[in-house]
Design a binder for this molecule. Structure first.
Ligand code: GCU
Length: 450
């Protein structure tokens, strides 16, 4: 027989054991949530209290909902937020005011409403050289290193992230060299451009510089279903995003910044002269990387279009509504979806000219292909306009913008200032603009880095 006292004690002991067990079971990390992009998109709409979204434009010109390609209808919201007026209405008149007050306001708006915030702390990345080989690229002897950036996943072992990177430098370099890094694979700049010209890699090597290719998908998958995996999923311990969490563009840019951390430790690289290049969705990633990480010395932004350099307020080619849809929202913060219903592009607190301005005073080259070959989806003029509207910030910092607000004829290189623009005669590629870009970049990379 138990005495009442013994009984009480055994009940208490039982409850304590049960409590400890429950807590530790709760601490067992759960595996990542699995959702389709559609389900996660819907979930995000619910979080935002949105019932319905406006539909995006259609890329097919024969469709009833075909994207607008009529310039006279392209600017429904012509007023852009002034990059040089503080939220309190005060005019920004000095470089210091820009750096200390206005730029941080703009960064906060992009973080919250457009691209999403990085977590307060992101895990450490340990870079390992997995191979180092002497090779020939054309007639230039080079050393190519393959690297893997192992992301510390001790906080959540269900997810592994290994960033893939290759770095190629001239074997006979006398010292550290500038490096152009591309968000790579599949998009742009692959192989020699038509007409038998040299590949971009050969052109870069001919300058005595090196190049690197980083693989975005090794950082974060390019779809909504992947948001509980990759670096975003790892930081969220496999749980879905909050409305202002980072999207894939910032995740890819984060990976590029970690590659730059590695370059700072590699004696072959002049880490003060590392440029970033990408095309299309990777052009968007390139401008985001350039805007946020002030260590990138130069940007070559290829056909970045909607969600990139193109003004969100434009109605020409791809629209906010397309980027906010379940096929593309994963690039952005969840909050961005709001601007496809009930809000509109004109409600955005910032626009892309301010993203370009975030790069100031560092040089940015905006690249696009021809309307006939590449098509209008990208909106060459919408990107040009963002470049032009960023000029006042560059000028405040003692630099030069595009030098005109008139859209130039195809193949006219606007390269006199730190914002450059050129529409080449080719298609969806940066290929034909490499020679112009490199000649312009030479101006900044010639002098030894300070
Ligand atoms: C689609 C998308 C664009 C994107 C492009 C690409 O066309 O709508 O925003 O830039 O894919 O990355 O190739």
């Amino acid at each position: 027989m138990f005495s009442p006292r013994a009984l009480r004690w055994s009940v208490i002991t039982f409850l304590m054991v049960a409590a400890v067990w429950a807590v530790s079971a709760d601490e067992q990390p759960k595996p990542p949530v699995k959702m389709t992009a559609q389900v996660d998109h819907k979930r995000m709409m619910e979080l935002l209290g949105i019932k319905e979204l406006r539909r995006g434009a259609d890329g097919n010109p024969k469709s009833e909902r075909a994207a607008n390609l009529d310039e006279s209808k392209a600017n429904p919201y012509p007023d852009l937020p002034d990059p040089l007026v503080l939220k309190n209405g005060k005019k920004v008149t000095t470089a210091e005011m820009w750096v200390k007050q206005r730029r941080p306001e703009i960064v906060e708006d992009f973080d919250r409403e457009v691209y999403g915030r990085l977590p307060k702390e992101t895990p450490k990345v340990k870079w390992e050289v997995t191979s180092s080989e002497k090779q020939m690229v054309g007639d230039v002897p080079v050393v190519t290193k393959k690297l893997v950036g192992k992301v510390d996943n001790s906080s959540y072992t269900h997810i592994t992230v290994n960033i893939q990177l290759t770095l190629t430098v001239p074997a006979e370099a006398k010292g550290p060299v500038p490096v152009m890094m591309e968000f790579g694979f599949g998009f742009g700049g692959k192989g020699p451009p038509k007409g038998g010209a040299q590949s971009w890699q050969q052109q870069v090597l001919a300058k005595g510089w090196g190049y690197a290719i980083i693989v975005p998908n090794s950082i974060q998958a390019d779809n909504g279903a992947g948001l509980t995996f990759g670096i975003i999923g790892l930081c969220n311990k496999g749980q879905p995003r909050k409305v202002d969490d980072w999207g894939a563009l910032r995740a890819w840019a984060w990976g590029a910044s970690r590659a730059l951390d590695y370059f700072e430790t590699d004696k072959a690289v002049d880490a003060k002269r590392v440029g970033i290049e990408g095309l299309s969705r990777y052009g968007k990633a390139a401008i985001v990387a350039m805007a946020y990480d002030e260590r990138f010395a130069i940007g070559f932004i290829g056909s970045s279009g909607a969600g990139g350099v193109k003004l969100h307020r434009r109605n020409y080619g791809e629209k906010v509504e397309n980027v906010a849809s379940s096929g593309e929202y994963h690039w952005m913060a969840g909050n961005y979806i709001k601007y496809a219903g009930p809000l509109t592009a004109k409600d955005l607190p910032v626009d892309s000219h301010q993203l370009v301005a975030m790069c100031a005073p560092r040089p940015v080259f905006i690249s696009v292909g021809s309307l006939q070959v590449e098509g209008g989806w990208i909106d060459a003029k919408g990107m040009f306009m963002a470049g032009a509207a960023a000029a006042p910030v560059y000028e405040l910092l003692g630099k030069k913008g595009l030098g005109t607000s008139e859209f130039p004829k195809q193949e006219t290189a606007l390269v006199d200032g730190e914002i450059a623009f050129r529409q080449h005669a080719g298609g969806h590629t940066t290929g034909p603009n490499w020679p112009t870009f490199l000649k312009w970049a030479d101006r900044y990379f010639k002098e030894p880095a300070k």
